[in-house]
Ligand binder design. Structure first.
Ligand code: CDT
Length: 365
């Protein structure tokens, strides 16, 4: 079997496991049971990889002002001395279930990591491989939105990620997921043996978390590593004019449509510009009265949406994809090695904020 480029197919059946609201009062056990149901559904549909949202095990707690003691309950310990996240008691049951079903998992969680003299707190995700029963890669959210000090206006939507988490410090590490593709090429074993073709090895994946999807730099970092699929889980507030740049003058329904549009624009545009699939998965609905957008989508490297959620509840969104479809973009329009001009891109790493051109003189025209 070949695709239009006469390359072998790289078929994969993926799913986004959208979660409806998780309220402050909901127990971890109840959330795990919901995740198990979605995994069971995925298994019945022969899905190989399931993606869960950002901070999937709890309510979106950064909208609440909490003291350190209250906050601790929302974090899961990722301690390499004790088996890492794979053995963390509040999450282990999910990996055990996924292992038993033979399904790989991308999932977001609040990470508490020992630092030697204390703990670091991150908004993180991991990719768990069922075949190897291990976490293949961890990612820590780089672009933390929101503020350190809570907004004072009554009724304002709080977003305290900058208060509760440290900035991600692992960069954007692409990785290969073992055992998903039939006939994936392996490393050349010895001298004289043919070097495997680009795009013929085991699947190359990357991870982003929520706000990261709005920033081209993370996607391009994955594009430069040949990523064929990027996962992104999110909790996106439907109405947050203080934070999202939507006008305060528009009604809530119009504001939500605008937020949804920018979400899709980011995922579709960046998938296209980096010639990769993306699985973008929401936690959505009314959480304790706070509205989160839905919009779970699986996007093709040509930018089109392949599958989309139709509810604001727990819902499995499935797509059959062929990672070989990335080759057209990677070898033509976005053949980076041929067309990129990094010597002209220095501002991207030299500048953080905006540096405007010099003002014109008073008599300037
Ligand atoms: N969770 C997260 O990163 N949310 C941001 C919105 C922050 S402003 C309300 C997002 O980019 O969707």
């Amino acid at each position: 079997m070949t695709n239009t480029n006469q390359r072998p197919k790289r078929p994969l059946r993926v799913a986004a496991a959208q979660l409806g609201p998780i309220h402050l009062a909901d127990s971890r056990e109840s959330v795990l049971q919901r995740m198990f149901r979605l995994l069971d559904q995925a298994s019945a549909s022969r899905v190989q990889v399931v993606a869960f949202p950002e901070l999937a095990f709890t309510t979106f707690f950064p909208r609440h002002l909490m003291d350190h003691t209250e906050l601790e309950a929302y974090f899961d310990l990722d301690d390499p001395q004790n088996g890492g996240l794979r053995q963390s008691p509040g999450i282990k049951p999910l990996f055990d279930h996924a292992r038993d079903l033979g399904i790989d998992v991308y999932v977001g969680y609040a990470e508490k990591a020992p630092t030697g003299d204390g703990f670091g707190y991150y908004n993180s995700s991991v990719y768990y491989s069922a075949r190897s029963d291990r976490i293949v890669q961890k990612y820590r959210k780089v672009h933390l939105p929101g503020v350190v000090e809570p907004f004072k206006q009554p009724g304002a939507t709080q977003q305290l990620e900058k208060r509760y988490f440290s900035n991600g410090d692992l960069g954007f590490p692409a990785f290969r997921a073992p055992g998903l593709l039939p006939n994936a090429a392996k490393t050349a074993a010895g001298p004289g043996e043919a070097i495997p073709l680009e795009g013929s090895g085991d699947a190359i994946f990357g991870m982003l978390i929520c706000n990261d999807r709005r920033w081209a730099e993370g996607w391009r970092s994955y594009g430069l590593q040949g990523a064929e699929l990027v996962f992104c889980g999110y909790n996106t507030t439907a109405y947050a004019p203080q934070l999202l740049g939507t006008s305060e003058d528009i009604d809530r329904k119009t504001a939500e449509e605008e937020v949804l549009f920018h979400h899709k624009l980011s995922c579709q545009g960046n998938s296209y510009m980096n010639a990769c699939f993306s699985v973008n998965v929401a936690k959505c609905g009314l959480e304790d009265g706070h509205s989160l957008i839905s919009g779970t989508i699986i996007v093709h490297p040509n930018g089109h949406i392949l599958a989309e959620a139709s509810t604001k509840e727990d819902e499995l969104v499935i797509a059959n994809i062929d990672l070989g479809d990335c080759r057209r973009g990677k070898e033509k329009t976005f053949a980076f090695a041929k067309h990129r001009r990094p010597d002209q891109y220095r501002m991207i790493t030299d500048y953080t904020g905006v540096v405007e051109p010099k003002m014109l003189a008073a008599d300037g025209i």
